[in-house]
Design a protein around this ligand. Sequence first.
Ligand SMILES: Nc1nc2c(ncn2[C@@H]2O[C@H](COP(=O)(O)OP(=O)(O)O)[C@@H](O)[C@H]2O)c(=O)[nH]1
Ligand SMILES: [Mg+2]
Length: 197
Amino acid sequence: MEKVIESKKEKEIHDIEENDTIRKFTYKVTVVGDGRVGKTTLIKRYTEGSFKKEYIKTLGAQFFVYDKEINNDKIRLMFWDIAGQDKFHFLRPSFFKNSKAAIIVYSLEEGKFGRESFNHISFWYGEITKHCGEIPIVIFANKVDLVDETKLDISSIQDMVKKNSFLGYYITSAKTGKGVTNAFNAIVETLNCGRES
Ligand SMILES: Nc1nc2c(ncn2[C@@H]2O[C@H](COP(=O)(O)OP(=O)(O)O)[C@@H](O)[C@H]2O)c(=O)[nH]1
Ligand SMILES: [Mg+2]
């Protein structure tokens, strides 16, 4: 029974992706990271005022559609987000399918939760490459409002970015909005530069 529901949902998603004649370029961006690091809040913050959202609970995922125009190109972004709050879970292959880029979010907050969310970046990276191969990945270090930014250990973030050949990292706060637009715009520009015309 679950299989039937899933394939119906997949068809709906496919139709949204394919049957769009207005937008010229559609890009799927998956957003992963431990539960409660701020993924959904970040996406909502960025897409605020210009988004349509769809919930696909049966797939364990939800996505947000965001339209943007860059250099006269009409761009449609589909941010795929994990539905629910599972701390550390495995996502279905369909969650990652056809992703053009990925964002791994962790929390800068002090204590076990923040530390673990940083340590789990390699898990999320493994999941992305397993399903998508080598796609551009950026790190969002979120919840900077909870820490003293001048005391951040930037070198450990830089080492991790370098070690895994991530495109870069962005320090964000979905709460205050700090760094959010900048971080997402970097992804958009990467995608738009990389496209074949
Ligand atoms: N202080 C602070 N709280 C945040 C930030 N981003 C998200 N939160 C809070 O953290 C909790 C989890 O956020 P949510 O977006 O649901 O996390 P998700 O499970 O990764 O999607 C919520 O209570 C948010 O309001 C942030 O940048 N700063
Ligand atoms: Mg969420």
